[in-house]
Design a binder for this molecule. Structure first.
Ligand code: KIV
Ligand code: ZN
Length: 514
């Protein structure tokens, strides 16, 4: 049997560091449940000291998710480690992940510490973490730009103090595969106590080489790979974990290792992360992009129809991509057909949620010839908003706009008192007019910081999904909604975000402070 490569998913920690992303506790738990089904080895659930909301989310995941190790991140500081332990200690297997910068640049300009100080901090904090748990990971941040001799020393000290995983990050995505592979090889040869720890790698994608660097690390002895679903994360993101997993699975002849991942969960999880992060994957994204298994040229289509492997190096079914066309959902489809398609997509719903999705599906099916997977995703996304306690709901929105008219909107909302409240406003455009009218009714102070519309289906009757972000009272709240009318979707997305804010105020949903 080949060596196992442990898969460490950091979608909920490094992934959440993507600009503009802020997961709610519910989002985090849903992603963690799906990661559990994917059978990853380690879930890095968050950075507990960063906010009370994150500490609560990590601790909830630690209590709920059985199977994978649950890790929390901590700087090399006693307070961080104590907060991290508070959050992860309820897990079946808790891990504390301690990091500190080791490059000359970071030490001089950010930490303002010398090498001796840093080694001392590593010793003091890793040994402190090891008093709590036998599963401690240590990362020398910016390792790929650090003096390699210093990396060997720091890693040796961390292992001597109890670290059982040593993670070598390419924090700023600077490394080139051959160079990074060589660094990992040297860590395995030059650190005297390395046999007591597993070598891990954590690569960022600034030069588009995060996955290539990760694979080079594995070829040189790393046995844990860190990454995120869809490659989300700081700046250009992290290594796309689905790409690493499928490269290892597709090329065992060359890689000589395996993972224990249930790859059929990848597609559903990728869609879920798209929905909750608001970051759409590009169509040509490897493994999970819309076009990853679509063939356009006649020659390719001819080949694939004769024998799939002529132009497909992976079987889409192994990634959980639903076999297109086996069940065509239309307005005459029943619950059975819908449930079967949702099962294919890896979506499990309670009976009550399913009924709501079915009603929404019937509604869309009445307006479209066929309801495809992206329509369903939009319906499910809309369904997520139904989970949020809606203090205010939309009863009516009407807009008048045009190139010779001032955009004017009228809205009628149902308030928490069950009564109808209406108002109208003029705006700089139709969406602005709707938002001004809603503001007049609800009177909630906030700033709209992001607004995006994407078409989630094709054609003139396509569903548009609107994702927005507002800031209110120091918190950031996202709102999402889909409809064939993007002005209706815009109004609902705004209400979704405002309701999240109101829920946070009444403490049902703690705000993530940024
Ligand atoms: O990129 C990085 O160096 C990190 C560390 C905290 C592991 O995310
Ligand atoms: Zn990182």
């Amino acid at each position: 049997m080949s060596d196992k490569v442990y898969i460490f998913d950091t979608t909920l920690r490094d992934g959440e560091q993507s600009a503009g992303v802020g997961f709610t506790i519910e989002d985090k738990l849903e992603v963690a449940r799906h990661l559990q089904r994917l059978n990853v080895d380690i879930i890095e659930a968050g950075f507990p000291v960063s906010s009370p909301g994150d500490l609560e989310a990590v601790s909830l995941i630690a209590r709920e998710i059985k199977g994978p190790v649950i890790a929390g991140l901590a700087r090399a500081a006693i307070g961080d480690i104590d907060a991290c332990w508070q959050a992860v200690r309820h897990a079946e297997t808790p891990r504390i992940h301690v990091f500190i910068s080791t490059s000359d640049m970071h030490m001089a300009h950010q930490l303002r510490k010398n090498k001796e100080d840093v080694i001392e901090m590593v010793r003091a904090t890793v040994s402190h973490a090891a008093k709590y748990t036998s599963d401690v990971e240590f990362s020398p941040m910016d390792a790929s730009r650090s003096d390699p001799e210093f990396i060997f020393q720091v890693v040796e000290a961390a292992i001597a103090e109890g670290a059982t995983t040593v993670n070598i990050p390419d924090t700023v995505g600077y490394a080139i595969p051959a160079e990074f592979g060589n660094l990992i090889k040297q860590v395995s040869e030059r650190v005297s106590n390395i046999h007591k720890a597993r070598i891990s790698i954590h690569c960022h994608n600034d030069l588009g080489m995060a996955v290539a660097n990760s694979l080079a690390g594995v070829l040189n002895g790393a046995r844990q790979v860190e990454g995120t679903i869809n490659g989300i994360g700081e700046r250009a993101g992290n290594a796309s974990i689905e790409e690493v997993i499928m490269a290892i699975r597709t090329r065992p002849d060359f890689m000589g290792v395996h993972t224990d991942v249930n790859t059929r969960e990848l597609y559903g999880l990728s869609r879920l992360v798209e929905r909750v992060s608001g970051i759409a994957t590009q169509s040509n994204k490897a493994i999970v992009g819309k076009n990853a298994f679509r063939h356009s040229s006649g020659i390719h289509q001819d080949g694939v129809l004769k024998m799939r492997e002529t132009y497909e190096i992976m079987n889409p079914a192994d990634i959980g991509i639903p076999a297109g066309g086996t069940i065509v959902l239309t307005k005459v489809s029943g619950r059975h057909g819908l449930r079967s398609r949702l099962d294919d997509l890896g979506v499990s719903l309670s009976a009550e949620e399913f009924e709501r999705v079915f009603e929404a599906f019937k509604d869309v099916a009445d307006r479209r010839d066929e309801v495809d997977d992206r329509d369903l995703e939009a319906i499910l996304s809309e369904q997520t908003s139904v989970h949020i306690a809606e203090q205010w709901t939309l009863d009516l929105v009407q807009v008048s706009a045009g190139d010779h008219a001032s955009p004017t909107a009228t809205v009628r909302l149902i308030g928490p008192d069950g009564a109808l409240h209406s108002d109208a406003a003029i705006g700089s455009g139709p969406v602005d007019a709707i938002y001004q009218a809603i503001n007049r009714v609800m009177g909630v102070q906030n700033e709209l910081t992001e607004f995006s519309v994407k078409s989630v289906t094709e054609g003139i009757d396509a569903q548009g999904e609107v994702t927005i972000r507002i800031e209110a009272d120091g918190g950031v709240y996202t709102g999402r909604a889909a409809d064939t009318d993007i002005l209706v979707a815009s109004a609902r997305a705004y209400l979704h975000a405002l309701n999240r804010h109101l829920n946070a105020v009444t403490s049902r949903e703690p705000a993530k402070s940024m």
